[in-house]
Design a binder for this molecule. Structure first.
Ligand code: ATP
Length: 346
């Protein structure tokens, strides 16, 4: 059980800070996702934690002890890569047992632990096969077993599901989550997929351009994003400018009541509501604004509406049988408990 602390962790390549003063603490046994668009510094952070890359500044601590001078093999962190990189000439048992052979464990103990690990990743009886005789998903599970067999303090997964098809991704997600919970290993995985982060992580560290934006439980990113860029990353562009006065926001479309009034000081704010929380059709009379329908898309389980709200493009979701035409004017209700206030964008 290991707590991982990053303190002002920085890595520069030339003039570019790939990771910029990243500070966060990952609790023992926690599963954290590093999430963000391509190039935001996720993999660079992982490589520094495992010891494959030296930081330009800051510190990495395991249980309060700095790892900066501790070599990779002594840190007790293992990294499972996007490409499984199994040794092609070795059997699956030899691949999985590799780390234990390097540590000089007796042959019978290695064999017993290999069997145990292959059962854990749902590949019992695969000992004598070779990598080319396995599917991509099976190879990824062998790579996971190879990492876990040394009983690492910290498990680092770099987009472990990126090369798998949709069904296998789902299967592997569930497997990784159940193994992580069973073994309670402090784990970090890198992804650029919000859905994957929501399903797998206890907490998500969202990064843009090497800078940590928000570190919270997955649902907080939907309900309480810290800024408009984060809301956008979570696929919500529903913004409306206003002036906050106490628990009310005055907008060009009328005054709205809010319950999240402590989120921002009085003055100019950006108000946001998730598409699934915009109530179209019948509903309470209060907190209503006028929206113009610009597109209607039938999605099978629901209808998606594109709206124009005070010149901004909004999205809303209605029941599957909701009927509207582009050009229609709708009165939509914004539930006060679902309105969230953000700082204005510069
Ligand atoms: P992806 O999701 O595409 O893997 P990422 O968030 O993991 O992206 P990193 O691989 O950490 O991003 O890269 C962060 C930035 O650092 C990028 O701009 C990248 O080009 C740069 N970078 C990474 N490694 C090097 C290197 N060895 N030399 C120079 N620049 C690098």
């Amino acid at each position: 059980m290991t707590t991982v602390t990053l303190q002002h962790l920085t890595r520069r390549f030339g003039n570019v800070a790939a990771v910029n003063a990243l500070s966060l603490e990952i609790q023992s046994g926690e599963m954290v996702a590093f999430l963000g668009p391509s190039g935001c510094g996720k993999t660079t952070t992982l490589r520094m934690i495992v010891g494959l890359l030296l930081p330009s500044g800051g510190d990495i601590l395991f249980d309060g002890k700095s790892m900066l001078t501790v070599p990779t093999e002594k840190r007790g962190a293992v990294m499972v890569f996007q490409k499984h990189l199994l040794f092609p000439t070795l059997t699956i048992a030899q691949n999985v047992g590799f780390g234990l052979r390097m540590r000089g464990l007796p042959q019978n103990e290695i064999a017993a632990r290999v069997t145990e690990m292959l059962e854990l990743v749902h590949l019992p009886g695969f000992e004598n096969r070779r990598a080319h005789e396995l599917s991509g998903g099976q190879q990824q599970r062998v790579a996971l077993a190879r990492g876990l067999i040394i009983r690492p303090r910290v498990l680092l997964l770099d987009e472990p599901l990126a090369n798998l098809d949709a069904n296998l991704r789902l299967e592997m997600r569930e497997l990784i989550r159940s193994i992580q919970q069973e073994l309670k290993i402090t784990s970090i995985f890198v992804t650029h997929d919000q859905e994957e982060a929501v399903m797998l992580a206890d907490r998500v560290a969202l990064m843009f351009d090497g800078v940590l934006q928000q570190f919270d439980a997955p649902r907080v990113f939907y309900e309480r994003p810290l800024n408009a860029a984060i809301a956008r990353f979570y696929r919500s562009e529903n913004f409306l400018s206003g002036i906050k006065r106490g628990s009310q926001v005055e907008t060009a479309l009328g005054t709205l009541r809010v319950t999240s009034s402590d989120a921002q000081p009085d003055g100019p704010v950006l108000l946001t509501v998730r598409p699934e929380d915009v109530a179209i059709g019948a509903g309470p009379d209060n907190n209503r604004i006028t929206a113009k329908v610009t597109a209607v898309v039938y999605m099978g389980t629901h209808t998606q509406l594109q709206l124009n709200v005070d010149g901004r493009a909004w999205r809303a979701e209605g029941p599957a049988d909701f009927t509207a035409q582009p050009g229609d004017t709708l009165s939509v209700h914004l539930p006060d408990k679902r309105i969230w206030l953000l700082p204005t964008e510069s």
